[in-house]
Design a protein around this ligand. Structure first.
Ligand code: F0G
Length: 459
């Protein structure tokens, strides 16, 4: 088979500023060893997130000029609504400024004390928006999804038996909806199978509970279904996506992922009363229902991006280029969460640096070293991000996994960037025994990973 090439030509470029290792050492100290605190111009390859970092196409930029900025009834809204309806099949489409705004609206209507929301794995903002209302967010990831070293086709699946048990225990009347996150970001960008979506739907039907999708990466998930699930190989990705949405009563979406734009989101649903309530909150918090916190030009770019993301040449390149990075570093012996996900590769820090205990943040150590070695920015997803202190003993309680996420922005980096990246990671792996543990010297009371300051533990 021939090399899978980037399915685009580059018309507009953004220069990368190169730094030396000596400069990066200084920058890292000034940032308190926290890459969130580094200026983006001091980064060579930025893999902090795939969210809002896509490169837009010529047609999306043309759409920016076409944007109708009327306060009400904008032409751009109707184009956006048509495209979203076509893919999701939902009756009511509500634009929001990003995914969490859609979550905020949905859960402030349906949440509250005594309510429970099951998900395969809640993303942080989804969980936070649920908990903010006093409700409980509960994860039901299939057992296979909890083992980073074991490969599997659909490690994002929901544990349907555990879900049903939970519904019986808590009472269907206390569960306003069940949500499935496609792909499962917090679980390694792993897809959910169509069969699993259908099975969850059947349980929801049995107890009369609506099903919603957290659809941020729906196109990547649909492409995995095409590649891996029996009976879908000959269907178009668009048909597969439509089928996925057909089992759901609604969806929240961060357009910053699979709509290939830098800002935007939406809420989609069939329930008219819920849509009316949502629009009322939208008007107070986001904007009039035909722009919802966005400019007309953003709605044009989203509509265009949603059409482009379903192009199978694009998706083949997208999924294969992520896998390419995974394969390259795995061949060098580097432990990764298997198999490679849709939008990111996750390094298993526990196996990469087994000499650093979780309370000395092995993931953070790798993140710092990747920056020093090659100006690469990644993010720790482990004890820094999710660690909690035991109230009685003050001891750190670590999450089950210590990971470093390398999230790949869409259509931004070429194969030589990825080759460089692999070289940097392999170089760090070669000197893994010399990696130091870190301690936190400052932390905020909430979401500490964004602003924490660290120091290496000497000796
Ligand atoms: N749901 C999932 C699965 C996400 O990955 C994100 C964002 C959101 C909801 C919230 O969307 O940022 O538009 O408000 N994930 C980004 C990330 C931030 O880096 O994974 P948003």
């Amino acid at each position: 088979m021939k090399t899978i090439i980037e399915p685009f030509k580059i018309k507009s470029v953004e220069p990368i500023k190169f730094t030396t290792k000596e400069e990066r050492e200084k920058i890292l100290v000034e940032a308190g060893y926290n890459p969130f605190m580094i200026k983006s111009e001091d980064i060579i390859i930025d893999l902090l997130t795939d969210s809002g970092t896509s490169a837009m196409s010529a047609l999306q930029w043309a759409g920016i000029m076409q944007g109708d900025e009327s306060y009400a009834g904008s032409k751009s809204f109707f184009r956006f609504e048509k495209v979203v309806k076509e893919i999701t099949g939902k009756k009511f489409i509500i634009p929001t400024h990003q995914g969490r705004a859609a979550e905020k609206i949905l859960f402030s209507i349906l949440g509250g004390p005594g309510k429970y929301f099951p998900n395969n794995t809640h993303f942080d903002t989804t969980r936070a928006n649920i908990e903010f209302t006093g409700a409980v967010a509960e994860d039901f990831l299939t057992e296979l999804g909890k083992h980073p070293e074991i490969p599997g086709d659909f490690k994002g699946n929901m544990d349907v038996e555990a879900l049903e048990k939970f519904i019986i225990e808590k009472g269907a009347e206390n569960i306003p909806l069940v949500m499935i996150t496609v792909t499962n970001n917090s679980g390694g960008g792993q897809p959910v199978s169509m069969q699993n979506i259908k099975d969850v739907r059947a349980v929801c039907d049995k107890y009369g509970i609506p099903l919603f999708l957290d659809a941020c990466r729906f196109a990547e998930n649909a492409y995995f279904i095409k590649l891996r699930e029996k009976g879908y190989g000959d269907k178009s990705v668009k048909e597969i996506a439509q089928e996925m949405f057909s089992y759901a009563d609604g969806a929240t979406m961060s357009a910053k992922k699979d709509a290939l734009v830098n800002i935007g989101g939406f809420l989609a649903m069939n329930d008219e009363q819920l849509a009316m309530n949502a629009r009322n909150i939208l008007i107070v918090t986001e904007g009039f229902p035909t722009y919802g916190g966005l400019a007309g030009r953003d709605l044009e770019a989203i509509a265009q991006g949603l059409e482009e993301v379903l192009d199978e040449n694009y998706l083949r390149y997208r999924i294969k280029s992520t896998e390419y990075l995974g394969n390259k570093i795995r061949e060098a012996g580097i432990p990764i969460l298997e198999p490679p996900g849709g939008h990111a590769i996750y390094i298993d820090a526990k196996r990469f640096a087994p000499h650093i205990p979780p309370h000395q943040y092995p993931g953070q150590s790798i993140v710092c070293e990747l920056y020093l070695e090659g100006g690469v920015r990644s993010v720790e997803i482990g004890s820094v991000m999710f660690g909690k202190y035991d109230k009685a003993t003050g001891k750190l309680i670590s999450p089950p996994m210590e990971l470093v996420r390398l999230a790949i922005p869409r259509r931004v980096y070429t194969q030589s960037h990825i080759d460089y990246l692999a070289e940097v990671i392999i170089e760090v792996y070669k000197k893994r025994d010399s990696l130091k543990g870190y301690k936190i010297v400052y932390e905020a009371p909430m979401l500490r990973h964004f602003t924490a300051k660290f120091e290496p533990i000497e000796g």
